[in-house]
Design a binder for this molecule. Sequence first.
Ligand SMILES: Cc1cc2nc3c(=O)[nH]c(=O)nc-3n(C[C@H](O)[C@H](O)[C@H](O)COP(=O)(O)OP(=O)(O)OC[C@H]3O[C@@H](n4cnc5c(N)ncnc54)[C@H](O)[C@@H]3O)c2cc1C
Length: 477
Amino acid sequence: MAEHTEETLDVIIIGAGSAGLSALREVRKRTKRFLIINDGPWGTTCARVGCMPSKLLIEAANAFHHRTTFDTFGIQGADQLTIDITRVMQRVRKLRDDFVASTLATTQALGARAISGRARILGPNQVLVNDKNLDAKKIIIATGSRPIVPVKWQALGNHLLTTDTLFEQEELPASMAVVGMGPIGVEMAQALSRLGIKVAGFGSNKLIGGLSDPRINQVAVDLLSQEFPLHLGEKAELIPEPGKNCIFIQAGDINVSVDKVLVALGRRPNIDDIGLETLGISLNEQGLPPVNPETMQIADLPVFLAGDVNDHIPLLHEAADEGHIAGLNAVRKEIVCFRRRTPLGIVFSDPTIATIGEHFRLLNEKNIVIGEVNFDRQGRARAAQRNKGVLRVYAESESGRLLGSEMCAPTGEHMAHLLALAIDRSLTVWDLLRLPYYHPVLEEGLRTALRNLAAQLPACSESDLASCGPFNADALD
Ligand SMILES: Cc1cc2nc3c(=O)[nH]c(=O)nc-3n(C[C@H](O)[C@H](O)[C@H](O)COP(=O)(O)OP(=O)(O)OC[C@H]3O[C@@H](n4cnc5c(N)ncnc54)[C@H](O)[C@@H]3O)c2cc1C
């Protein structure tokens, strides 16, 4: 029988990932009567096995890949360069450990307020952990997600990798398949290929990297296919090769044999035995309760569901926002609604895949105009030997207001942020054209797309520049 603790806490946070820690920041400013509980390693998915180690691997892969342009720049000897995968992986883990250490500092300082253990809710105000029943006025569930691995593939043992195990590898095999071409699959497939591994990519969906615009998708598929074979539109099956140290993959007519498979089929919310059924509300077919994305509250209960666990938008800045909202609402009498940020998704491929604002698939093509730029001839991109990719911008045909953009464009992360700002502020094409564009920069490519868009709208002005009133100076007026 579980022991019952007398103290009623103000808030219990379950899960010390980015959402949980963001909630903690708000909660601890306002009350000392809180607990944060975490199962498994502390240090967050982002820092341990997510954003940070994946980007460290990508940086190493891109640094090595740049040798393929050296000859064009007049630099000789690139074919003599080799890569030491053991050292690449050691650097990934060394820097990763630094990032983890900085997140651990927060929870280590909490003493008894931070508990290791697997928590389960017993109702809207009670949590069971380590055989103790704890009462709380509010509960924040921020238990994250984990990689999906089909049950029938689990028997493939260490032939199978996920991003939970990839970065722990001392060595990487000669050949790999990456199954699943969402953002994580695309990033890892290109990085592994650029590190010299023979990669084959598989995706059952023809759209990759979270893109929804078929034109941009085709550009991304064509460019990635120049680096490694990409098999899209068929479900992949993994078959062990008896007596051989490899796995056989079948997808439609394609048959490939590889040393290991990275499974990147998406992530499943960690709700299996968290006790959501004890809340007395109906759950959807995934087992998830209704959550208000502006308050993170579950129905009208004193329970909040924040971060990847709610399966809304599995991105770091969104998980942190959701934790922040849940943390604030958990310590307030009145629940407050928060407007969510302009959608922004970046895939750290080269060229960068990005989606900003409204997804193309959700826009009615009849009511929008589309501006486009191809980076093949763009000056700065050519100077850097990075002249590949296309960017499209969508605007409301009536007003010229910017609605969204999708791109597979060189160093697109910066243009993606600029577009997110413009969309967030409800700017029009002409507003954005009024900015200064320094020469020569990649953003001049964005300006080309905007001018292309403006040309399709009813004429607004003869110039990008805003007209001004009289100067009141004889010489100028
Ligand atoms: C390979 C990879 C690359 C990524 N790259 C990016 C990127 O570039 N940019 C970006 O924005 N996002 C990226 N993400 C997504 C980002 O990492 C996540 O959105 C974010 O980490 C989610 O944070 P969270 O707090 O919801 O979950 P987590 O950080 O996973 O935290 C959940 C915590 O809850 C614990 N827990 C689970 N069940 C229980 C229980 N019953 N009791 C107690 N504790 C429990 C877990 O062990 C975990 O510690 C990436 C993810 C991956 C996997």
